[in-house]
Design a protein around this ligand. Sequence first.
Ligand code: B12
Length: 213
Amino acid sequence: MATIADLRQKVSETQPEPAAEMTRELLADGFDPMEILEQGVMSGLNDVGTRFAARKAIVLDLVRAGVTAKKCIPLIEAALPRGETPKNKKKIVLGTLLSQHNIGKNLVGTLLSIGGFDVVDMGEKNTPWDFYEIAEKNDADMIAVSVVFAPALEKFSELLRLLDEMEVRTKYPVIVGGGVTTQQWADEQGADGWGAQAKDGVDLARKLLDVSG
Ligand code: B12
């Protein structure tokens, strides 16, 4: 019988089909979907990232790691329990700032949707202006930003400054997360909330938008 550690190994080796097959097997064997996600898929991705940082992997490995994760994650998402949908759904604009990395952002989006929020997914490589414009157009209740690589860090402070200048800073609580961010950094920027995990996005949204759940 496969274990979550075996899945981590398959993801770390960037083997899309075997990893997806093992994810199906683990789900069928009754393993907790969030544990499969965090300790299997995400730990495997982190292994690839660590090798890349140590120059023991190349960009192609990152690409294969992304492909592998994208084979497994939909299977896991389909197995997550869904709650009841509230009547007055709060609207959250979500996107990545600058970067192409969208796996974390997609997870945040899925968990927010499952949690009963209306998610406007702006996709990848957004500028601060994109966030402002799309939040205004959609009459959003909150902005959620995924910051996964270093060049996006300073763009996040630009985003908060822009919202301030446009006099909408208090209209939109802004939450942030992503591999290169920390609680301390988010506090220093003046973000309304920071989450280490995608699931923290749901708790922050419930708290900041005063939604019980
Ligand atoms: C897969 C991958 C890629 C794939 C991405 C595929 C895709 N569709 O996303 C591709 C090949 C595109 C890629 C490209 C690059 N990558 Co890359 N990549 C990775 C890798 C291995 C995994 C990223 C990932 O998906 N992690 C899993 C997800 C789930 O984690 P996450 O995004 O952090 O999200 C979690 C939490 O942070 C949180 N979260 C995320 N967002 C939010 C938002 C909110 C509101 C909340 C509450 C929570 C939250 O929830 C998630 C899970 O619970 C990482 C290594 C790593 N350790 O992460 C490197 C990594 C991110 N990449 C890196 C680099 C350098 C690059 C490139 C610049 C490489 C190059 N020379 O071209 C390019 C940049 C491209 C671009 N313009 O954006 C570096 C970044 C270093 C840095 N400090 O900036 C890393 C860390 C690798 C490393 N160790 O050096 N990459």
